[in-house]
Ligand binder design. Structure first.
Ligand SMILES: N[C@@H]1[C@@H](O)[C@H](O)[C@@H](COP(=O)(O)O)O[C@@H]1O
Length: 237
């Protein structure tokens, strides 16, 4: 079941998401699946301001660029430290390791982490092409952690964080859709007009690998938090 919350702006969206984090923690949830990108920033800002305490909780991130060291400012590990972990430390925080020497082993290691830490609440953003994590259009819905080749549109969209488009890594490790769907509860956030098409396809389109996020229609507890602009192409509100 998808519950849709339309908010005024991303600030309000972050507040709503923060409330849900608190409810899940109060309800003995211990494992939080986290995301990067610009979308979750207001959520992290609200969590940082809040008195929420993650020191007995576990975090498991969705993805990481391949070939980037954890202390590289472009890495998702660095992003998480910077915006959340340094203010709100978890008992353990797991991310795929971008510079792992053996990708096959890294994928196996990360699947084991997810198997041992079933996710109570997963936070997701959505790519302009409907990707979740780095599960690009065409991805198999049953996949667990895997190494993905990023699509040209994702490389372009993420180039804004790098000096040149050529610097954007071509591969990433990503939790698979199979793993994401096992999360007990999911929040998907989308803000801004550039997400409107993907949001409509996710909620009102067919469940199809063309829009990986559409698989969430099959999950029984998804909360979609969108601002007015991202909700603009929805027929039913
Ligand atoms: N791998 C991330 C996703 O997890 C994120 O949801 C998406 C949207 O990014 P943003 O929130 O910056 O729009 O793209 C990135 O490629």
């Amino acid at each position: 079941m998808m519950k849709i919350i339309v908010v005024k702006d991303s600030e309000q969206g972050g507040k709503e998401a923060c409330k849900i984090f608190k409810e899940v923690l109060a309800d003995n949830g211990t494992v939080f699946g986290l995301a990067t990108g610009s979308t979750p920033l207001t959520t992290y800002r609200n969590l940082v301001k809040d008195d929420i305490d993650f020191s007995n909780a576990i975090s498991v991130n969705l993805d990481e660029y391949v070939g980037i060291k954890p202390d590289n400012p472009q890495s998702y590990q660095y992003f998480m430290n910077e915006y959340l972990f340094k203010y709100k430390p978890f008992k353990h925080s797991y991310l795929p390791q971008g510079d792992a020497p053996d990708s096959k082993k890294e994928v196996e290691r990360y699947d084991k982490v997810i198997a041992e830490n079933p996710i109570d609440l997963q936070l997701l953003g959505i790519g302009r092409n409907g990707h979740i994590g780095f599960n690009e259009p065409g991805s198999d819905f049953n996949l667990k952690t895997h190494k993905v080749a990023l699509s040209p549109s994702t490389i372009k969209a993420n180039a804004r964080f790098f000096k040149n488009e050529e610097d954007v890594p071509r591969y990433a490790y990503s939790m698979g859709i199979g793993s994401i769907m096992k999360s007990k509860k999911i929040i998907l956030e989308a803000f801004g007009a550039q997400k409107a098409h993907a949001v409509a396809a996710m909620i009102e389109g067919p469940v199809s690998a063309d829009c990986p996020a559409s698989v969430l229609q099959k999950h029984n507890d998804v909360i979609v938090i969108v601002d007015e602009e991202a909700a603009a192409e929805l027929k039913k509100r």
